[in-house]
Design a protein around this ligand. Structure first.
Ligand code: CP3
Length: 344
């Protein structure tokens, strides 16, 4: 049964006649039904910690579009919160966190193995989803990769160049390294518990990997993700892992082996043709249509969707966007993309 799910087949290395599809941020503000449930929950974090409503918004894009994958509705910033950071969202601006830039601030965090109770509503959401999802739909759990999570914990918000995290890395390496290690340990426990609850695939989002230069890319994007995949594979050898070192550019080549991931998600900073030639020979690739097509639609959406499918057609591929769908996207364009992938 499970082996028939198309996403699991692609992750196992199979080249399918039609690639399975899901979309980053598929449950989100571009959907009126999401906005209604979010209003019912009160705010974004309350939605994340409400298993029934979080499962409901996870299901919404599955019901509307029949995606092949459902991604757990949660956020990468729940791990910092579980570690003891204050996290809140400012409407129209994004996340805010209490910052960690000194040893004293780091010392106030809780140990990695103390995060379980705080995150138990998320595991409950996963359990509900594994009961509710259609039998052909793959349930994907996720977490932020340590570098990306650290950029928020250090900067206290999204920072365009991740300047505060880069500064701490050069000015107080001991605190930076300790924080990276704490996040890595917590992430292993968090993803492992998602798998225990029923996640069939897990994905690591390293959204800010692209700002790591030189050896820093290997040391702070690749290595922590590799430590997470090694620990997860030891405990859950049959659960496939997707890694998304966003902005890696030419460094996507070799990423499967370096990270120990079954699939590499690529953003739209590289062409599908380049990724097919340089990344797909090493295993499944996920991506990489520009998410702006979900706003603009039309002939360009159709031709670029076809181009992406064609480029990746000779190997294992999961169709996805290069990054998350944005709130200004038109839901009809998503349907047009899916119809184009499935019907040519
Ligand atoms: O549908 C899905 O993809 C699953 C849920 C999901 C969310 N965030 C929900 C969300 C996932 C996988 C994430 C990952 C995430 N969160 C990342 C990594 C992926 C990426 O986009 O690069 C990052 C960096 C975050 C942190 C975060 N969460 C930011 C910067 C923001 C604000 C930006 C924005 O879009 O408003 C969020 C909020 C957030 N996470 C929303 C959703 C649906 C919007 C919140 C709302 O409803 O107001």
């Amino acid at each position: 049964m499970t082996a028939q799910k198309t996403i699991l087949r692609a992750l196992a290395g199979e080249t399918l006649p039609t690639p399975p599809i899901w979309m980053m941020r598929q449950a989100g503000r571009y959907l009126p039904e999401y906005r209604a449930t979010r209003a019912q929950a009160g705010d974004f974090l309350s939605l994340c910690y409400n298993p029934e409503l979080a499962a409901e918004v996870t299901m919404q894009p599955i019901r509307r579009y029949g995606f092949d994958g459902a991604i757990l509705f949660a956020d990468i910033l729940l791990v910092p919160q579980a570690l003891g950071a204050d996290v809140w969202f400012v409407t129209g601006e994004g996340p805010r966190l209490s910052t960690i830039t000194t040893q004293a601030e780091f010392d106030k965090l809780v140990p990695a193995d103390a995060i379980h109770d705080h995150l138990s509503p998320i595991y409950e959401t996963v359990k509900l989803l594994s009961q509710e999802l259609p039998s052909e739909t793959t349930l994907i759990g996720f977490a932020g990769a340590p570098w990306t999570v650290a950029t928020y914990m250090i900067g206290g918000r999204g920072t365009p160049d991740q300047g505060p995290a880069h500064a701490l890395k050069s000015e107080n390496r001991a605190v930076f390294d300790a924080l990276m290690e704490r996040i890595t340990d917590a992430t292993i426990l968090y993803m492992s518990a998602q798998i225990d609850a029923g996640a069939e695939v897990v994905k690591l989002f390293d959204s800010w990997a692209g700002s790591l230069q030189g050896d820093d890319f290997a040391n702070y994007s690749i290595k922590p993700m590799q430590r997470i995949t090694a620990a997860l594979k030891k405990k859950h050898p049959n659960v496939p892992i997707i890694a998304f070192p966003r902005g890696a550019g030419a460094r996507y080549k070799g990423a499967h082996a370096a990270i120990g991931a079954d699939c590499i998600a690529v953003d739209d900073g590289v062409s599908a043709e380049w990724a097919a030639e340089n990344v797909q020979p090493d295993g499944c690739v996920q991506g990489n249509l520009k998410s702006t097509h979900m706003v603009t639609g039309g002939d360009a959406l159709v031709s670029e969707t076809r181009r992406t499918v064609d480029a990746f057609s000779k190997g294992p591929h999961i169709f996805n966007l290069g990054h998350g769908i944005t709130p200004d996207a038109n839901p009809e364009n998503v349907q047009l993309m899916i119809d184009t992938v499935r019907n040519g």
